[in-house]
Design a protein around this ligand. Structure first.
Ligand SMILES: NC(=O)c1ccc[n+]([C@@H]2O[C@H](COP(=O)([O-])OP(=O)(O)OC[C@H]3O[C@@H](n4cnc5c(N)ncnc54)[C@H](O)[C@@H]3O)[C@@H](O)[C@H]2O)c1
Length: 328
């Protein structure tokens, strides 16, 4: 039996794929390689193609005897989703609907999905619990919520059991620093911090230092990508053991400010992070971090790596892979 990983050539998917194989699972990756790299898949079987290609997905499920799916494949740039909503509704929602329909028709009943804390928008209170109001503030977030709804209805009508993992801020690189995020395509804070400290960009822009947080900068929940990968193994095990459809946060439960990240990076690397303060960006909440009780209770998952682990692995990866997985 085999786990199908869509988007397994991307940042989180490649690290999860390797972890899944280390648990003894057989894995096949399906990725268009539009934003992923074959090199990141290493020696796991890779099928290059689109999740919306129903004939291809059926064939992959048949040929590899797939019995569970982890679905990472999506576009993830919030800004782009506001400029080109059709691109996001088409790839993320229509693509996922076709994928879910196809795997369901193949008799697969276990599905883990990459959702996002962006669904909560500006939270009413922190830590954010799963029962909080959802208030999508971008097309990207809305596409993820729509997929959660699709999964609910395929559960009601087709017996599909799913875990939607609402990731907080994925950060860092694999523990051995051979897999990580390509900073050329990332809008996340950590790659931009690394770019600035490695002299590959001008000063880092810190948006807002007048929030009602202890040091005035925005507070987020940064979770090490290896911990995030572990949560997928826990979710698959939960479903294999008969677990019912679940939506749950994946974070550390701790908020860290932008300045705390900068100071910790300076301490670990031993150099200053050049930065400038800019005005707040519209829609950025002052604080957002996860309530983690549900993941602990239902999945037995708790993040174990520290902020220092995140920074050390990110630095080691970016210093040696300025072009991501491209060697030139
Ligand atoms: N990185 C984060 O902080 C974060 C936070 C919350 C949620 N997520 C979600 O986690 C998932 C993985 O994120 P990531 O950071 O690894 O992104 P990524 O862009 O590195 O990986 C996504 C992969 O999916 C592939 N892909 C996209 N559309 C496809 C399609 N139609 N068919 C086949 N392959 C396709 C891309 O080529 C890429 O390899 C995404 O769904 C993203 O929305 C990420």
């Amino acid at each position: 039996m085999t786990t199908l990983v869509t988007g397994g050539a991307g940042y989180i998917g490649s690290i999860t794929t390797r972890l899944l194989r280390s648990t003894g699972r057989s894995v096949v990756v399906l990725d268009s390689l539009e934003n992923g790299h074959a090199a990141a898949v290493q020696d796991t079987p890779l099928v290059v193609g689109n999740i919306a290609d129903t004939a291809l997905v059926s064939k992959v499920c048949r040929d590899h005897d797939v019995d569970e799916v982890v679905h990472f494949a999506a576009y993830k740039a919030v800004g782009e989703s506001m400029e080109n909503p059709g691109k996001y509704f088409d790839n993320n929602v229509t693509g996922s609907q076709k994928l879910i329909d196809t795997i369901s028709a193949c008799g697969i009943t276990r599905f883990v999905f990459s959702s996002t804390a962006a669904i909560y928008g500006t939270p009413e209170s922190v830590p954010v619990v799963e029962s909080s109001a959802v208030r999508c503030e971008s097309v990207y977030a809305q596409t993820k919520l729509m997929i959660e709804h699709l999964l609910h209805w395929y559960g009601q009508t087709k017996g599909l059991r799913s875990v939607s993992l609402r990731y907080f801020n994925a950060a860092g690189a694999s523990d051995d620093s051979t897999l990580g995020e390509d900073w050329r395509f990332s809008q996340n804070l950590m790659p931009h911090v690394m770019k600035a400290i490695l002299g590959e960009s001008a000063a880092l822009s810190v948006f807002g230092n007048d929030y009602s947080t202890p040091d005035g900068t925005g507070v987020r929940d940064y979770i090490h990508v290896e911990d995030l990968a572990t949560s997928h193994v826990a979710a698959l095990d939960y479903l294999s053991n008969g677990g019912q459809t679940l939506i749950c946060n994946v974070g550390t439960g701790h908020g860290t400010s932008v300045l705390e990240i900068l100071h910790a990076t300076e301490r670990i690397v031993g150099k200053p992070v050049p930065h400038v303060f800019k005005p707040r960006r519209t829609g950025d909440p002052s604080e957002c971090y996860a309530a983690t009780i549900l993941a602990a209770e239902k999945l037995g998952f708790t993040a174990s790596r520290s902020l220092d682990d995140i920074i050390s692995s990110a630095y080691a990866w970016h210093a040696t892979h300025p072009n991501g997985h491209n060697t030139n």
